[in-house]
Design a protein around this ligand. Sequence first.
Ligand SMILES: [Zn+2]
Length: 280
Amino acid sequence: MLKGPWMDWKANSEFFLTDTHAHLASTRFSGELEDLLDRAREAGVRRIVTISCDAEDALANLEIAADHGGVAASVGIHPSYVHETGDGDWAGRIADLAQRPGVVAIGEIGLDFFHPPGDGGSVASWRTRQRKVFEAMLQVALDLALPVIVHQRESGPEVLDVLSGFPGVSAVLHCFTGGPTEAERALEMGHFLSFTGVLTYPKSEEVRAAAAMAPLDRIMLETDSPYLAPVPCRGKRCEPALLVHTARTLAEIQGLEFEEIASATSETAERFFALGPGTI
Ligand SMILES: [Zn+2]
């Protein structure tokens, strides 16, 4: 499956790619994690941040990170999972998990106005609940001095409004799908942008325009595996090895060599997440 010019480069090179957003604990990868990491390594993807959507997911991701050099984890409550927060100390549970070894960020957290309310209630109360959880997660990040990974869907301005209330928090807008104006506002606030396979889709002209104007020390690459496979694998299950396609597209957009893109976006990720020296 992975054949092409990028195979000349990869594993022995001092340059490598960092997949800053993959859901390695996804059931869609059950039983094949080692093979998936082998394929990533073969493709030159040598560091991965595995992302959690709730506390249970976090436990699975922490285990994966503990067992694999080069894999770090995030912990947080995704906006589509906020109905799992009951009366207990859910924020405290995330804060506890966030202090375990291998955790580099709080995420993914944010606002999702696309999907219908997960609790069967009104849209207004669902959005209020999302905002409450988002703010609580940002407070945890602030307390623990961790960066955050932000999920936004049809909620771009609202997400930036909430973030503006936490000026001490450094955020990456994961799967950035906005245009140059939105990108500029986020960058002006000091935040980072991360691009998925969406960058390779024919209709993503606005996203490519945003990627063209963004400085390399503020952008990162990700797969969002198992979702959002880039062209030419669009529609299939995504995995970290496929990051090469998105990286090549970014290289074309920025008019740079593939190696420069790999090294610059990996350096940005290393700095943003304070990643250790380990590789997969
Ligand atoms: Zn995700």
